[in-house]
Design a protein around this ligand. Sequence first.
Ligand code: NIG
Ligand code: FE
Length: 405
Amino acid sequence: MSVQVWMHCDAATMVPGAQQPYGLVENAALVVEGDTLAWVGPHAELPSEWMERCTVLNDAGGALITPGLIDCHTHLVYGGDRANEFEMRLNGASYEDIARAGGGIASTVQATRTATAAELQARSTRRIKGLMAEGVTTVEIKSGYGLALEHERKCLAVARALAQHHAVDVRTTFLGAHAVPHEFAGRTDDYVDTVLQMLPVLHAEGLVDAVDGFCERIAFSTAQMERVFASAQALGLPVKLHAEQLSDSGGTQLAARYGALSCDHLEWLSAEGAQAMAAAGTVAVLLPGAFYFLRETKLPPIGLLRQHGVLMAVSTDSNPGTSPCTSLLLMLNMACTLFRLTPEEALAGVTRNAAAALGLKDRGVLAAGKRADFVLWDVQRPAELSYALGGNPRIQTIFKGQEVS
Ligand code: NIG
Ligand code: FE
């Protein structure tokens, strides 16, 4: 097996509880055996056996190395776009006017259903390449713009195919309970029945890693979401939830009862909700892009999350309606400027805690035994990654031990 040694670098290992902020190791060395990190620490302490076994010696040129970035909440497989609605809103139309005229999520569902798998793949490739250009090595992708078996399947299969064609890992999430499609208008419970029929079929086809929903007065109630969660649980699938985005509907407490991996958005999260998340070990996924794009003014209760020790992740929420964004570095900046996360919390949010939000224990930190997914950056200190607005200091990405071209 190949043994690569990386030297002449600083490593923000993001190992929790380390003495240095960011788990920073100055003058570090990393040893990669095959696709796994075998040793990480100060170069001066590198055991000589690794140098003896080394097959490739890499000079990182003084770069800062971080774990590969993880975008743990995206909806990046969709047809069409909503730039026209953006323009309509800036010309005075309200979101409701647009929705009544068949716009909003419904227009993306229409465009997604009409698109072929090849078209969706081409459009999604552009988006995933945008994320990868900034050092993303794992992406979660939700369905939820098909809302019928064949179209949900098409989107999830495209998500899986992206990982076959690119040096990136994709985790798929079934979001059948995203919105009620027009053919079920006024019959939400009947549509939930359909969601419950789709889930085992798509799961049996190997297309589903987790199950998500949109719990909100304009989408699905806690009772309806509970039906979806119960059927996910019966299949042994982990759950997540778009919760407390527009109102406090108690979705968080429901999700926590099902041991949810994450609750996402959370602007209206209550103290009880935060407590329930802490007790269940549910990660809070913060989505500053959607907050910004919707010109939201209600901030997620970061103090409450810190107080209860809830882990915080940060993600793009890449989608055509509320966050048409493929820059996770911009989200780092917005998490700091809009939500007042520290740069260290923000970086943990796209590495260690994003891994936790996906239930992945093999990545998110630089440590022996973890996957060799990491990024070399042309920065002096980690805070530069969240400080800059635009610009991309990525030098190189290593995915499963291999350089990504
Ligand atoms: O994460 N909150 C629900 N779903 C998406 C937006 C969907 C859309 O407007 O297309 C979100 O914000
Ligand atoms: Fe979302």
